[in-house]
Design a protein around this ligand. Structure first.
Ligand code: S5P
Length: 279
């Protein structure tokens, strides 16, 4: 426990953690979080391009990241992602395509670079399930690393009954560790600081970012197994770094409310971070 506590980076500011990362997207993200005072990632899971861009225009100033599921957009065209990239530069946020790759290296390299969406050409960050083994990182890295993109591994999930627990989570952490020097994998989708829970073999200068979905202030879950915790539980109690919020923000019917909710989550997440780093 003591060696765990001494190497924990949870008490440091986001900016002070930049030297522990070699991935360009991670460095950019950490810097802009402190600059904009936000650890909020808004998940914009809507099916129309106009709606997606409208939500992004409303929440862009409040968040450090916009997460997409580009394959649910019915009227997709390349101009959508061009506009999204433009907004990400104007409003200063990172783009995270939540593609959850889960195939062999060769297949994921094609899915990442090609097809209709050409994800690597516009998305700063993407994620992958560790289930196929190390080749998934090699495959994605061959496309993403030369473009300065970053990768997150899904070490845990937020949904009820998911299988990403215990030994699976430990192996996900080990996999990320094996590839740390390559500077492509920089963190996890997880519910807590999984690398500190499985700290055996961790280098003293190791740091991974933890991005956490399943965040809601008003409800505890949905009818399909999603489970929500509050920003305080996620950032302060569990030591995660980024809160990912979807329906709690874009689900509001009144467009003005979307902006208000984004600010509400930003402020709750930031308060919890300040409390954590002040300790
Ligand atoms: O374990 C997970 C991993 C992810 S990336 N649980 C999740 O909910 N997600 C994603 O986060 C999910 O695909 C969705 O886009 C978002 C949560 O949305 P919400 O509407 O429930 O906040």
């Amino acid at each position: 426990m003591s060696s765990q506590a001494s190497s924990s980076k949870a008490g440091l500011s986001y900016t002070d953690r930049i030297p522990f990362h070699s991935n360009a997207a991670a460095k950019q993200l950490l810097a802009l979080m402190d600059k904009k005072q936000t650890n909020l990632c808004v998940s914009v899971d809507v099916t129309k391009s106009d709606e997606l861009l409208e939500v992004v225009r409303r929440v862009g100033k409040s968040c450090c990241m916009v997460k997409t599921h580009i394959d649910v957009v019915e009227d997709y065209s390349h101009s959508l992602v061009e506009e999204l990239v433009k907004l990400s530069e104007e409003l200063e946020f990172m783009i995270f395509e939540d593609r959850k790759f889960a195939d062999i290296g060769n297949t994921v390299s094609l899915q990442y670079s090609s097809g209709v969406h050409k994800i690597a050409s516009w998305s700063h960050i993407t994620n992958a399930h560790p289930i196929p083994g190390d080749g998934i990182i090699t495959g994605l890295s061959s496309v993403g690393k030369p473009l300065d993109r970053g990768l997150l591994l899904l070490a845990e999930m937020s949904s009820k009954g998911n299988l990403a627990t215990g030994e699976y989570t430990r192996q996900a952490v080990e996999m990320a560790r094996r590839h740390r020097d390559e500077g492509f994998v920089f963190g996890f989708i997880a519910m807590k600081r999984v690398h500190e829970e499985h700290s055996a073999g961790a280098a003293e200068d190791e740091d991974f970012m933890i991005l956490t979905p399943g965040v809601g202030l008003d409800v505890k879950g949905d009818k399909m197994g999603q489970q929500y915790r509050t920003p305080k539980e996620v950032i302060l109690d569990s030591g995660c770094d980024v809160i990912i919020v979807g329906r709690g923000i874009y689900g509001k019917t009144d467009e003005q409310e979307v902006k208000v909710e984004a600010e509400r989550y930003r402020s709750e997440g930031w308060k919890a971070y300040l409390e954590r780093t002040r300790k």
